[in-house]
Design a binder for this molecule. Structure first.
Ligand SMILES: NC(=O)c1ccc[n+]([C@@H]2O[C@H](COP(=O)([O-])OP(=O)(O)OC[C@H]3O[C@@H](n4cnc5c(N)ncnc54)[C@H](OP(=O)(O)O)[C@@H]3O)[C@@H](O)[C@H]2O)c1
Length: 338
């Protein structure tokens, strides 16, 4: 039986998610309903993606018993409220990154999912790319020896995107793309908590973080450095350096299609999209969608409530590092003081 998706929000990433879902077999993935705050947007989205039901409110989607899992593809400050709405109505949730605005909100979502015995996952799609799987395989086999230094950078010009620059829309480079670099580091160091966190950077005139470097120190002389910017293009590379070798993600570290292992290049091409996409390599969203299906497929009361490859403890760890970096930079959201 197909996994029945409900799509929450008719914005840019929801469009890409739908295009990605269409690259998977229809016998396994079906979008059964779309909800937008605006019923005409919802109808238009439903027509564009051949979705049978369209709702003019998120509440109606939450109440739809035909939905196995809701994909929450809306702006960051709404994640907590809307994901809670879905969980409280008995729906499993895949919520776009960042899972919420700060650790306190993430913990609220995790508790709600556990109380309701439902599946919850943060949409850190990178984790499920074949490149990421290949990296995990290499690390497991100990091919690189002990990993000593991890570096990741992600920068692109986004200073004209409202949800990135406006604080009340959840703006700031750390929440938007810092989470990708940190998920990479956390994957390599198996969700280990760093011993220290040092962040430095610059804010925009509107008071959100524009460019940031974070240095994380781990036990046994290991460390990680990440740099993110929404003002300039960076190399968008990631490297893992161990005592026996080096792994490099040479570009697009948040949605990678190639890998260099001790100088040898491997390619992992993505399926071609059936419609134009809003974001780079978005057909790669198929891998997280498929992972969710695998978690839910166990059936009855025995389906997994979190994903083993991206446990909720890691979403909490990533957010705790982002919180600390924001604290050091002096970026405070209303959600931090509520
Ligand atoms: N995985 C990725 O590669 C990726 C890429 C880009 C973004 N994202 C994440 O996806 C989420 C949405 O990003 P996006 O670029 O798709 O954003 P967007 O197009 O600007 O907005 C997404 C949707 O948010 C909903 N929304 C709910 N309350 C809102 C409010 N008060 N003001 C404005 N919109 C509101 C709207 O849906 P309706 O009006 O239809 O209800 C809107 O279409 C963010 O959390 C972002 O971090 C992920």
């Amino acid at each position: 039986m197909a996994t029945r998706w409900g799509i929450c929000g008719a914005g840019r990433i929801s469009h890409d998610f739908m295009v990605a879902l269409k690259t998977l077999p229809a016998s396994e993935h079906q979008a059964v309903a779309i909800a937008s705050r605006d019923s005409s947007r919802s109808r238009e989205f439903a027509e564009r993606h051949q979705i049978p039901k369209s709702y003019g409110s998120y509440r109606e989607l939450a109440a739809d018993p035909d939905v196995d899992i809701v994909y929450v593809g809306i702006i960051n400050p709404e994640h907590l409220k809307v994901a809670l709405l879905m969980l409280n109505a008995g729906r499993n949730v895949l919520c776009e990154k960042p899972l919420a605005m700060n650790l306190r909100e993430v913990q609220q979502l995790v508790s709600a999912a556990r109380d309701k015995n439902l599946f919850l996952m943060e949409g850190l799609w990178t984790r499920f790319f074949p490149v990421s799987e290949a990296i995990r395989g290499l690390l497991k086999e100990d091919n690189m020896g002990e990993i000593k230094i991890v570096k990741a950078e992600f920068g692109t010009y986004m200073l004209e995107t409202a949800r990135l620059v406006e604080k009340e829309l959840g703006g700031g480079v750390l929440l938007d793309i810092g989470c990708y670099c940190l998920q990479f580091v956390c994957m390599v160091f198996h969700g280990e908590k760093p011993e220290s966190i040092h962040a430095t950077g610059f804010l925009t005139e509107k008071g959100v973080d524009e460019a940031v470097t974070i240095v994380l120190k781990y036990s046994r002389k290991r460390m990680a450095m990440i740099t993110v910017s929404m003002a300039i293009q960076l190399t968008n590379q990631a490297t893992i350096s161990g005592t026996k070798g080096t792994i490099t993600v040479p570009s697009c570290m948040w949605c990678p299609t190639s890998l260099v292992v001790n100088g040898n290049v491997q390619e992992f091409p993505l399926p071609v999209p059936s419609q134009p996409l809003n974001f780079t390599n978005s057909t790669g969203l198929r891998y997280e969608a498929d992972q969710v299906r695998q978690c839910l497929q166990r059936g009855n009361a025995f389906w997994l409530k979190e994903c083993p490859e991206l446990p909720l403890a890691e979403s909490e760890l990533i957010m705790s590092i982002l919180d600390e970096a924001r604290r050091q930079l002096g970026v405070v959201y209303t959600q931090d003081t509520a």
